[in-house]
Design a protein around this ligand. Structure first.
Ligand SMILES: Nc1ncnc2c1ncn2[C@@H]1O[C@H](COP(=O)(O)OP(=O)(O)OP(=O)(O)O)[C@@H](O)[C@H]1O
Length: 304
């Protein structure tokens, strides 16, 4: 794999506000790379600098070997054109909008094929303003892809979609990646990051708190093993807290949750059996990505 996006020590200020303090990350060819983080972490500023839309104050950025700000023309030909709400006249029909966008490029994709693969056929003669929310997202995607980009930057693309339309958009994003496009995805949705991203960068206060696969981030949490059950008999916590690896036993509505640094399923089950306790409704749970991110952002940026 080769690096498509390389960011080194990126810094960007707005007046006195340091939006991005020191961000370094590398996105490899063909990856779906997520950028996650709390509000104001610097996600949008980072991707806008990567797209060449904002001038950075420090650091270096290379996208496909080009400086996105200084060599904007080179980047525009290789990066998708992002469609913000209202950029296309609502009166343009889908087919008209795609024909117009195709004319911006020397070597555009065949938009008829895009319309087919994105399931926009039924709406080709519909005015953009009359499309449903998910059809608008499909059009947005088609307009972004008509220039045959090598890299697509998707910033909160599924925000505001209902769950069904969101899942369809995820399928589309996977189809786009399968065609060889490298994708940089900014999202607030943990489910989206887990479903789509090969790796994610967790930003916090303008810095990178961690870069890893979604499951790698979860494994960074010390207590990432969890078992829950309803004990058939009263249970003393110390039966379980004394087992190696167990870090805590909590209860909610009689249901017991055991947290541990390692897989403690077998020792917990044998301890319960030894005391004649049946663990009803036993579940082995994964720590949600959201909990992992909260724990990682609670640590000082750069320390995790
Ligand atoms: N145009 C601007 N002028 C002044 N400050 C800005 C501007 N854009 C962003 N900021 C500030 O820079 C910081 C980072 O903002 P940015 O939008 O990059 O973060 P974000 O992680 O994308 O946040 P969100 O998830 O809320 O969109 C925030 O403190 C924000 O208030």
């Amino acid at each position: 794999m080769s690096a498509v996006i390389e960011v080194q020590n990126l810094r960007k200020k707005y007046g006195d506000v340091v939006a991005v303090d020191d961000v370094s990350l590398t996105v490899e060819q063909g990856e779906i790379f997520g950028i996650l983080g709390p509000d104001g972490a610097g996600k949008s500023t980072t991707v806008e600098c990567i797209e060449g839309l904002r001038k950075r104050d420090g650091g270096t950025i290379r996208v496909l070997g080009f400086d996105p700000y200084a060599e904007r023309a080179e980047i525009t030909r290789r990066l998708d054109v992002r469609l913000q709400d209202g950029t296309t006249s609502d009166r343009l029909q889908v087919a008209e909008a795609l024909t117009l966008y195709s004319s911006f490029y020397r070597d555009p994709a065949d938009w008829h094929v895009l319309v087919d693969s994105l399931g926009l056929n039924s709406g080709a003669t519909t005015g953009s303003g009359e499309l449903s929310c998910d059809q608008k997202q499909r059009l947005s995607m088609a307009l972004a892809l008509v220039g045959n980009p090598q890299v697509a930057v998707l910033d909160e693309i599924t925000t505001g979609l209902d769950p069904h339309a969101r899942r369809e958009t995820w399928d589309t994003i996977e189809t786009v990646r399968a065609s060889g496009v490298t994708i940089l995805l900014v999202t607030h949705l943990m489910e989206e990051a887990e479903r789509l991203c090969d790796r994610v960068a967790l930003l916090n206060k303008g810095r990178v708190a961690a870069v890893d696969t979604p499951s790698g981030l979860i494994q960074r949490i010390r207590d990432h093993h969890r078992i829950t059950f309803l004990p058939s008999l009263p249970l003393h916590d110390d039966l379980l807290t004394r087992l190696p690896g167990v870090t805590g036993v909590t209860r909610k509505d009689e249901r017991v949750t055991v947290t541990a640094t390692t897989d403690v399923l077998h020792p917990v089950l044998s301890e319960l059996a030894h005391h004649g306790i049946v663990p009803e409704g036993l579940r082995v749970e994964r720590v949600p990505l959201e909990d992992a991110l909260l724990a990682l952002t609670a640590a000082d940026p750069g320390e995790s």
